[in-house]
Design a protein around this ligand. Structure first.
Ligand SMILES: C[S@@+](CC[C@H](N)C(=O)[O-])C[C@H]1O[C@@H](n2cnc3c(N)ncnc32)[C@H](O)[C@@H]1O
Length: 244
């Protein structure tokens, strides 16, 4: 099973949950990155207002961060390769009377183009789902091509820490790719060292204006990691980059 099929199936399993339930879930996990997006806008785009600001959320799922920003007046576009996730997002936004534009597409496909440039592009946990180098390079090009001149890319991503525990049914290879047994072994996450991630962003032509390692945050890549203590889970980085 591919990662795309895996996501599509997991969103489909939740098809029958009502909009209120989906809304609660979409926003609950989004608050931390939402607050970081607010701080980043105040710092790097202090002169623009949220009202009418164009925001893109990549690998949006149900678009939780975008929804919180839409409440402030931002014009939000979501891109994801799961049509079911986007349909659920549309339902959730409509339940609050908010507009949202959705684009079904694979962010690593070199031909993907989006209908605007954006002042803010938000990546809530997508980057670490892109396991292959050429795919990550394509994604960075998509970001770079769709930022306005002053635009910022704001992301939260999983990174490596010295001692990681890997449960049965998963393996971590030398390229920091986490594989999961989904029928056959499937690459599901790229858990780079934070220094390697910084280097990758630099060599992709971005100007890193904020990069912070959050050792106290433990990322749970899958429910099989749920019982593990933070010290042996992947850590998190929050980052902001601009085009050079
Ligand atoms: C870990 S989930 C994060 C969902 C949501 N942003 C959040 O923070 O809850 C990754 C999301 O990215 C989407 N995704 C993964 N790879 C993608 C790709 N290559 N192109 C578009 N969407 C992708 C999945 O469908 C899924 O919705």
């Amino acid at each position: 099973m591919s990662l795309q099929e895996y996501y599509e199936e997991s969103y489909r399993r939740e098809q029958n949950r009502g909009a209120a339930d989906l809304l609660r879930e979409a926003t609950a996990g989004a608050k931390g990155l939402y607050n970081f997006a607010i701080e980043s806008k105040e710092r790097f785009l202090p002169d623009v207002d949220w009202k009418g600001l164009r925001v893109l959320e990549t690998g949006a799922g149900r678009g939780g961060v975008g929804l919180l920003l839409a409440r402030l007046g931002a014009r939000v576009t979501l891109v994801d390769f799961s049509p079911t996730a986007l349909a659920q997002a549309s339902e959730v936004y409509a339940s609050e009377g908010l507009e949202v534009e959705t684009v079904e597409g694979d962010v690593v496909h070199p031909d993907l183009t989006l209908p605007h440039r954006f002042e803010i592009i938000i990546d809530s946990h997508l980057l670490h789902c892109l396991t292959e180098d050429p795919d990550r390079a394509s994604y960075y090009r998509l970001i770079s091509d769709h930022l306005t001149a002053s635009g910022i890319f704001v992301a939260e991503s999983m990174v490596h820490r010295k001692s990681l525990s890997i449960p049965d049914g998963f393996m971590l290879d030398q390229r920091s790719v986490l594989w999961q047994l989904l029928g056959s072994w499937t690459p599901v996450r790229r858990i780079l060292d934070s220094l390697a991630l910084e280097e990758e962003l630099n060599s992709s032509g971005f100007n890193i204006v904020y990069f912070y390692y959050y050792g106290q945050l433990g990322f749970v890549p899958h429910r099989s990691f749920l019982d593990l203590p933070t010290e042996i889970l992947p850590a998190a980085v929050r980052l902001v980059v601009k085009n050079r």
